[in-house]
Ligand binder design. Structure first.
Ligand code: AMP
Ligand code: ZN
Length: 114
């Protein structure tokens, strides 16, 4: 997707602050952090929203969570706790239409979320 911000990052056209990368996912610091640790984990395949997932994506979605687990350990927030969030469409506040798992930690996370 030529007009997708996260695809441009994956292609190396834009350089985010990368904290984790493997064959399937790229993870980088959010430019507008909502917690001391706020990282976005994105699949290297362009998928616009959760609604666009199909059965074949199940394994890839699992990779997002395995990356989140590794990143939490790397960032030192695994034991204290952290939150993972994936927003879907405008009503949930999705602003970049390439799915991404937010990993938030380093402070007490409240519930319900805003
Ligand atoms: P969402 O609102 O769930 O779609 O999340 C999109 C996230 O992308 C927001 O938290 C933004 O702060 C973040 N974001 C937007 N542009 C950039 C960028 N250039 N580098 C890193 N994070 C970004
Ligand atoms: Zn994309």
């Amino acid at each position: 997707m030529t007009d997708c911000l996260f695809c441009k990052m994956i292609a190396g056209e834009i350089q985010p602050d990368v904290v984790f990368e493997n064959e399937h996912v790229l993870a980088f610091r959010d430019i507008n952090p909502q917690a001391p640790t706020h990282i976005l984990v994105v699949p290297k395949e362009h998928i616009a929203t959760i609604n666009d997932l199909d059965e074949a994506h199940g394994w890839l979605v699992g990779q997002l969570y395995l990356a989140a687990k590794a990143i939490a350990a790397q960032e030192g927030i695994a034991e204290a706790g952290y939150r993972t969030v994936m927003n879907c469409n405008a009503g949930a506040g999705q602003s970049v239409y390439h799915i991404h798992l937010h990993v938030l930690g380093g402070r007490q996370m409240n519930w319900p979320p805003g």
